[in-house]
Structure formats: structure tokens, C-alpha cells
Design a protein around this ligand. Structure first.
Ligand SMILES: C[S@@+](CC[C@H](N)C(=O)[O-])C[C@H]1O[C@@H](n2cnc3c(N)ncnc32)[C@H](O)[C@@H]1O
Length: 466
């Protein structure tokens, strides 16, 4: 990427001397330099400043040093900076001055943050950090004991540890979570935020060991609940580099909140297969199905099981994240290869926010027999959720069905998700969910739950006469 970057006009400053140079990006934080007018400098030569001209502006990047490298194409070596370290890529491409150390500007604020945290909570977090580090060192020590064994032996020893000490460790985590819930359940939103922030700073190293916790916290695609996180939940297995990491990964993906996600996949499969059998028993007229915020759409793989199934369904999968659609497509591709048949599926890379602004959606996408959305409404405020719901209702054919999922306020994994995973949802009660319909006349409306009681479903059946 950097070899392609164009030369940048610049001048090095040494005392009162200005030395014209050509520079080029060689990495995000260093520049290649070519001295003009026959100038030459030794390895380690220091300069008081580097002035670069970028998009018409002159910027001084401060004291720097030359690191000589084999002379290729007239370039003497690299310039590295001695005080301020700038993100040169963003400087050149976006004309933005971003310092590597800029996050330190907030240090006083972040340090002061702890003053807002209750003493009891600090004690809890400190004890928990101590205890987890004790467990970690014990599990790590065991890992070292059998590190020289063959892989298959290591795997079975690790499973034996997971099934004994690992089970006791998970019970310890359950107890600490119950304590956390007792302490924070009366907090208001601002208190949850400040205590959650403090909690994660304290437990950061532990959080980073577990692949699932790491991902929900770092949010590499910018949001919690991306298709990779969904896959980890569906897998519900042990991932991580050590026994401790594996146990820390498994605990949240085995919790009721994650179980509810697995359950809803089954619920949707059963409903769609049921509607298919009822409305389209011969399979002559494929059932039109729309999944909104489909993610990896794993349930489609569960629905299309036999060689007859591809002909029975016609899927439209919508998601704002292209990666999620790609993962959905990969899964469906595997089904097609297994069944040696073509699944009818259309992918829409769109946001529901765009959908809100589109006047005639049925004209654009047609109407559907079954519309569902899981794991989306938990992120939408009431006005947006009501707007989206109104749009989705218009997409139903007469007799068509709509199912919307939303986590219930009583989610027993709520504080686990908020404090450990930095995964905050818009929780609703049954009536909150129904109110989003704003009356929607002429339809049968019900609310039901999965087995955990965490996942709530709003079910609307459009009357045949509509
Ligand atoms: C928690 S996942 C649920 C995925 C899937 N429905 C499932 O249950 O496995 C949430 C999905 O919503 C998508 N999403 C979030 N906001 C969206 C929006 N405004 N429009 C469309 N998709 C959205 C995300 O890209 C992500 O794939």
C-alpha cells in the first residue's frame, strides 16, 4: 500500500538550514526520504523539524532522525519522529493531523472517572480481579505441565481439566455474576455506564484473553452482534489459546442470553417450516420470506434440509453489513452443494434506516408470506422501531405473518452483557413491544417467549381480507 504512495514535497530543518527532500509514506508512522541537491547525511543524523506541504498546507512534524537503509531509487532511508508521532497515512490521505498519543489527552478525565464509582463496587471489582488472576495462574501452570505432550494427549488432558476444575470455575463466575447483579440492579443509566467503564478497565487483560469477550468489547466492525459474534454464539464451544481463555470464552456463550439466540433460530425454523407446510403443501408456489438484519442467516441452512426444500422457499436477506451477507451466502452455498440444488435467495445490502425513507417498499421488493427480524429491534429506539415495524407490516401479503424478536427487560444475562461484554440493548416489556404496532388494525397480535424467557417475540398475522 505504501510503495504506491506519491512523493510528498518536504524540507528538513537542521539549525537554520533548510534541506529540500522528497518523502514517501513507507509505513503509517515513518517516511522514506530522498535528499535533493546532492545533500547527504549519516545514519542517526537528527533534524529539528520536518516541514511537509500537503494539500496546500505546510505542517511541521517536529524533531526527527534519519535511519539509513540500502539506497533504492535514490532514497537514503527512513525518517522517524522523536517526540510527536503522527499517523502519516491519515495526514496524507485525509489531511487530518492525528497524533498516536492523542488518547492521552483524556488521561485526567479517565483517571477522575473512578471518583464516580461506589466504594462497594470498587471492592467487588478488586476482589474479582485478584480471584480471576489466581485462577488464571493456576490454569496456566497446568497448561505448562503438559505442554510437551502430543496434541491429542494435550486435548484430552485439557478436556479433563475443563470438566472438573473448569466446572467449578464456571460456578465461581456464576456466583460473582449474581453478586454483580445484586449490587448494580438499582443503578440508573449513567451509573451503569460509569461503573461498567471502570469494571472493564480493571478487568481488561482478562477480557482480552477470551475471543468472544474480546470481540464484543473491541467491536471490529463497529457494533456488537456482528456475524462473527453470532457464529461464536451458535457454536457455543471452547475457543482460545489456553484453558483459562477457553473457559472465559465458553461461559458467556453458554449463558441464557446466548441460549436465547440459539433458541430463536429454532423457533424461526419451526415457524417457517410450519407456514410452508400449511400455505404451500405441494411446494408449487415458493413461500416468500424476508429476513431483516439477517446476519449470517444460519436458520436458512436449518430450513432448507432436503432435496425438495430449495423449491419451497424464496428468501430475501437484508443486512447493512456486507460481511454478514457474505457469510450468509457462504452458508447457503454449502447447503446448495450438499443438496445439489439452487436455493432462491436475494441479498439486499441496505440499512433499515434507508428503508424508512423509501416510499413504496412493496413496489420495490414485492410482498412476503413471512417477514422476520431477530436481533435488530433490541438496538432501535421506540420511534425508529415503530417506523420500521410499520414499513414491514406493509410488506405482508394477506394472511402473511410477521415475527419480531426483542430481548425482554428481565434478561438474566443483562448485567453480564453490559458490564463484561459492553453489549447494551434496548430492552422491552410485552406492552412496550405491542405499543410499537400503534394499533395496526385488522391483525392478530400475540407475544410469546423462548424457553429461557429472555427472547420475546411479537407475532402479527395479517388477515386474509387485507
Ligand atoms: C445481533 S445480529 C442478528 C443477526 C441475525 N438476525 C441472527 O439472529 O443471527 C444483528 C444484525 O443486524 C444488522 N443491523 C444492525 N443495524 C442494522 C440496520 N440499521 N439495518 C440493517 N441491518 C442492521 C447487523 O449488521 C447484524 O448483522
Amino acid at each position: 500500500m505504501y510503495e504506491q504512495s506519491p512523493p510528498i514535497d518536504a524540507q528538513l530543518v537542521a539549525g537554520d538550514q533548510l534541506i529540500p527532500v522528497d518523502t514517501r509514506l513507507t509505513s503509517r508512522y515513518s517516511l522514506m526520504v530522498r535528499f535533493l541537491n546532492g545533500n547527504g547525511f549519516k545514519d542517526g543524523a537528527e533534524f529539528t523539524d520536518l516541514l511537509i506541504r500537503n494539500q496546500g498546507k505546510e505542517i511541521g512534524l517536529g524533531p526527527c532522525r534519519l535511519i539509513c537503509e540500502p539506497n533504492i531509487d535514490g532514497y537514503a532511508g527512513r525518517i522517524v519522529f522523536l517526540k510527536e508521532v503522527y499517523d502519516l497515512k491519515r495526514l496524507v490521505e485525509e489531511n487530518k493531523v492525528v497524533r498516536l498519543q492523542s488518547s492521552f489527552l483524556n488521561v485526567p478525565l479517565v483517571l477522575a472517572h473512578k471518583k464516580r464509582v461506589k466504594r462497594e463496587f470498587k471492592n467487588y471489582t478488586s476482589d474479582l480481579t485478584y480471584d480471576l488472576n489466581v485462577y488464571k495462574s493456576l490454569f496456566d501452570k497446568l497448561d505448562e505441565e503438559y505442554a510437551e505432550e502430543a496434541q491429542s494427549i494435550r486435548d484430552s488432558i485439557q478436556m479433563a481439566i475443563i470438566n472438573t476444575e473448569g466446572v467449578r470455575f464456571h460456578r465461581f463466575l456464576d456466583d460473582r455474576l449474581a453478586e454483580l447483579e445484586r449490587m448494580v440492579k438499582g443503578f440508573n443509566r449513567a451509573e451503569h455506564e460509569s461503573h461498567g467503564f471502570y469494571f472493564r478497565r480493571q478487568l481488561w487483560e482478562i477480557i482480552l484473553t477470551a475471543p468472544f469477550m474480546r470481540r464484543t468489547n473491541l467491536k471490529p466492525r463497529g457494533y456488537a452482534g456482528d456475524s462473527e459474534m453470532m457464529s461464536m454464539i451458535y457454536e457455543n464451544g471452547y475457543r482460545g489459546k489456553s484453558t483459562f481463555a477457553k473457559l472465559m470464552h465458553k461461559h458467556p456463550v453458554g449463558h441464557p442470553g446466548a441460549q436465547a439466540v440459539r433458541n430463536r433460530r429454532k423457533v424461526i425454523r419451526e415457524m417457517i417450516r410450519g407456514v410452508g407446510d400449511q400455505r404451500n403443501p405441494s411446494g408449487a408456489d415458493p413461500l416468500k420470506i424476508l429476513s431483516v438484519a439477517c446476519g449470517p442467516a444460519c436458520e436458512v441452512q436449518d430450513i432448507v434440509q432436503t432435496a425438495q426444500d430449495p423449491g419451497k422457499y424464496d428468501f430475501t436477506l437484508l443486512d447493512q453489513d456486507r460481511n454478514a451477507l457474505q457469510e450468509a451466502a457462504n452458508g447457503i452455498d454449502r447447503v446448495q452443494r450438499r443438496l445439489d440444488g439452487q436455493v432462491k435467495v436475494k441479498y439486499l445490502n441496505e440499512s433499515v434506516r434507508t428503508m424508512l425513507k423509501t416510499p413504496n417498499l412493496p413496489g420495490k421488493w414485492g410482498r412476503f408470506d413471512f417477514v422476520y427480524s431477530m436481533g435488530l429491534f433490541d438496538y432501535l429506539t421506540p420511534p425508529v422501531a415503530a417506523g420500521v415495524l410499520g414499513k414491514l407490516l406493509k410488506l405482508l401479503r394477506p394472511g402473511g405473518e410477521l415475527v419480531i424478536g426483542n430481548f425482554h427487560v428481565s434478561n438474566v444475562s443483562r448485567y453480564y452483557m453490559e458490564y463484561w461484554l459492553d453489549w447494551v440493548l434496548y430492552y422491552r416489556t410485552e406492552s412496550d413491544l405491542k405499543e410499537l404496532l400503534r394499533g395496526a388494525p385488522g391483525d392478530d397480535v400475540s407475544v410469546f417467549f423462548d424457553e429461557t424467557g429472555v427472547q420475546m417475540f411479537l407475532h402479527v398475522k395479517r388477515h386474509e381480507s387485507h
